[in-house]
Design a protein around this ligand. Structure first.
Ligand code: CA
Length: 228
């Protein structure tokens, strides 16, 4: 059974989410502030974390950042505002998806399923090779020059799409579609945030990327030659 940790200070919402996700077949624990969320994260080792951004004390963004320092667990952020800046901040902290309040429980459950499905990976033992990059789709492991990369589920999926067709230019829209169910509202800057994080993990100089290249006005491509 998959375990989900919900960190949300509005108790009514937390309890509603908990009850709904339990009915969907998950084991669900709740925490009402960032500090106890952090402790429960360690105690439970959940398969997914749902984090409200606005929390008393340590807020959701800080907690996401702390969790990311030691875990690639999928994170879905809850944000009260429809502000793009908030969502982008969450994604930059390493969140995999976000849901804007007020949200329907059905929508949240669909996001949970989609994110967990991505993590559970692809059937079959396909391994992609692109220059120094190796992506094992079944094991959901990516290596760069032999070194195992510590990627979030979303970063892994993005890198896998790029590595499958080295040299091909992907538009932001194509990359978004590869990442999510296309019925979800999407914003192009989501892709930019994840690309930025990926560059920090694989590029020798993330400010001057040679592997994940920006194609101005279009999108991104993976250059297996790296600078060459
Ligand atoms: Ca809140």
């Amino acid at each position: 059974m998959r375990t989900i940790l919900v960190v949300e200070d509005e108790r009514e919402i937390a309890r509603m989410v908990q009850a709904y996700l339990i009915r969907e077949g998950y084991q669900v624990e709740v925490a009402f502030d960032g500090e106890s969320g952090w402790h429960k994260f360690h105690a439970l080792k959940p398969d997914l974390v749902i984090l409200d951004i606005m929390l008393p004390g340590m807020n959701g963004l800080e907690l996401a950042q702390r969790i990311r320092r030691e875990s690639a667990v999928p994170i879905i952020m809850l944000t009260a505002r429809a502000e793009e800046a908030d969502r982008v901040a969450g994604l930059e902290m390493g969140a995999d998806d976000y849901v804007v309040k007020p949200f329907s429980l059905r929508e949240l459950a669909a996001r949970v399923r989609a994110v967990l499905r991505r993590v559970e990976g692809v059937v079959g033992g396909e391994v992609l090779h692109a220059g120094p990059l190796t992506v094992d789709l079944a094991a959901r492991e990516a290596r760069f020059a032999g070194k195992l990369l510590d990627l979030t589920p979303t970063e892994f999926d993005l890198l896998a799409v790029l590595a499958r067709h080295p040299g091909r230019v992907f538009t932001r829209r194509e990359l978004l579609q590869a990442l999510r169910d296309r019925t979800y509202a999407t914003i192009p800057r989501t892709v930019d945030s994840h690309i930025k994080n990926l560059r920090r993990k694989i590029e020798p100089d993330p400010e001057n990327p040679v592997y994940i290249l920006t194609v101005h006005g279009v999108g991104y491509k993976f250059n297996p030659a790296g600078g060459g």
